[in-house]
Design a protein around this ligand. Structure first.
Ligand SMILES: [Zn+2]
Length: 311
């Protein structure tokens, strides 16, 4: 190897792009469209997930043939074969620590994990955390925590501050970069609760480089938190992504692209997308598209008065 090539490789090594998206729910109208148009349909217009070094999403459904296990307003269960849509999505890792992972019960959750394994997609948010994925010589650890879950079997991580500190600290010792997925906040609300903010700070203080939120089904601000000599980028909610949502705010979404190197998160930008017919397409009403300064991106609405999250 020439010195020049070695230098080029060294420079290429250690700088990666993480593409992150919110809720992926392979159910309802989305499932019907996939059945009709094939597994490539759902993520066809989101090539940035395939060109990024690593892509993450929140899997907001069970993948199982079983029936709903609970009486709840929305039961999100996709057939295992609908999971084929994930194979070509570009997603390398999904979080399963959320309030729909157990919609088909504990056995349905095991079905989901088996389906993901079959697709070659890693699942974070279970006792197997941290999920560690290596790209360009960097080890990226993913841990997931969720609220509102019916799981009482201990199979997925429930949001709890000490557990988050322990999990992030453990991941920090095993990897170069740490990403925490958190499923929390209030549905339909465009600003984070005090609880979401506290959890993000706990994660940052323990050494997380990135916090990726979901559950509110709408986008919330993205901001930097400084802690322990590192900068952590926090996306309080990434909204929906592949989701049979009614047209409107819940369809205004995007892909969060984060640039990382060994020292942590360097910059982020939002690529605007709009969900049409259940899948995201490029474009969004005019909004600022990127910023590199540690300042909230699209904070609007009043600050949350109290922590009203039902944990
Ligand atoms: Zn949720």
């Amino acid at each position: 190897m020439t010195a020049l090539l070695a230098l080029a490789l060294a420079q290429g090594a250690g700088k990666i792009t993480l593409a992150a998206v919110g809720d992926v729910s392979l159910t309802w109208g989305v499932q019907a469209q996939i059945a009709r148009k094939g597994p490539g349909w759902a993520f066809e217009k989101a090539p940035m997930l395939r060109t990024a070094d690593i892509a993450f999403g929140n899997l907001e459904c069970a993948l199982s043939k079983r029936k709903g296990a609970w009486k709840k307003r929305y039961t999100l269960i996709g057939r295992p074969e609908t999971g084929e849509a994930l194979r070509s999505s570009g997603l390398a890792v999904v979080s399963v620590a959320n309030n729909h992972a157990f919609d088909a019960g504990a056995d349905g959750f095991r079905d989901t994990l088996a389906a993901l394994r079959g697709l070659g997609i890693a699942a974070c948010g279970t006792n197997d955390d941290p999920v560690i994925i290596e790209r360009k010589g960097l080890k990226i650890a993913f841990v997931g925590f969720g609220g509102y879950t019916e799981d009482h079997s201990g199979l997925i991580h429930r949001i709890e501050e000490q557990a988050i500190t322990r999990a992030v600290t453990d991941a920090r010792s095993k990897a170069d970069l740490v990403v925490l997925a958190m499923h929390s906040g209030q549905e339909g609300v465009t600003h984070p609760t005090a609880h979401q903010r506290r959890i993000a700070r706990v994660a940052a203080q323990a050494g997380a480089d990135v916090v990726l939120g979901s559950h509110p089904h709408v986008w919330q601000p993205v901001e930097w938190i400084r802690a322990g000599g590192r900068r952590c980028v926090v996306a309080y909610s990434l909204g929906n992504f592949v989701f049979a949502a009614r047209p409107g705010r819940m369809c205004e979404t995007g892909v969060l692209e984060i640039e990382l190197d060994k020292s942590g998160a360097r910059a982020w930008r939002k690529i605007p997308m709009t969900i049409r017919g259940g899948r995201p397409e490029p474009g969004h009403p005019a909004r600022p598209a990127s910023q590199k300064h540690p300042r909230p991106f699209e904070g609007h609405g009043k600050a949350s008065p109290t922590n009203s999250t039902p944990f």
